[in-house]
Design a protein around this ligand. Structure first.
Ligand SMILES: [Ca+2]
Ligand SMILES: [Ca+2]
Length: 172
């Protein structure tokens, strides 16, 4: 009974717009995050700074679900893009030891393309969508030279904006 009551309150609150779980304009809503696939291109470092300027970070892929979502998102508009997309991962600090840069933790779920990471001077992770990519490889990862100009995907949590009162709300 209590649960049903709680459910009704949530329903009421959402219907009057007390809690908005949406993403800013130009961002795509996933299950837990909002994503921004860029149209411009930048080095990995510049891309990372651009995301920070929008209160976000380059995208961290936590699991297969998230990888599928992000790959699907860019695949949908594939013709609009010229390059692959930077993710947040890098091994610039320690060769062969890839971490998610913003979270500073090692990469657990991985989705490398065949024969990747190739290492050497390729220290930044991109998600493949372009450049001679076999359609089956879309969404796979490659390590690439960080100074290359790629598109990039920023990610921020859906709740970053916090509870927002909508215009004309009956509260207050
Ligand atoms: Ca994520
Ligand atoms: Ca590579």
């Amino acid at each position: 009974m209590l649960n049903l009551k709680f459910f009704h309150s949530v329903l009421l609150l959402s219907s009057i717009g007390l809690y908005q779980s949406c993403c800013p304009e130009g961002w795509v809503k996933g299950r837990y995050s909002c994503y921004y696939p860029s149209h411009d291109s930048a080095t990995w470092l510049a891309a990372s700074i651009k995301c920070q300027s929008m209160a976000s970070n380059l995208t961290v892929i936590n699991n297969q679900d998230e990888n599928n979502f992000v790959a699907g998102m860019i695949k949908e508009y594939i013709h609009a893009y010229k390059h692959n997309f930077w993710l947040d991962g890098t091994d610039v600090n320690q060769e062969g030891h890839f971490i998610w840069h913003s979270a500073k933790h090692p990469i657990s779920y991985k989705n490398w393309n065949v024969n990747e990471p190739s290492g050497g001077s390729e220290d930044c992770i991109e998600m493949l969508v372009k450049e001679f990519v076999d359609p089956r490889q879309i969404g796979k990862w490659n390590d690439k030279i960080c100074s290359y100009l790629n598109h990039y995907i920023c990610e921020k949590s859906i709740d970053d904006e916090g509870p927002v009162l909508s215009q004309g709300s009956v509260i207050g």
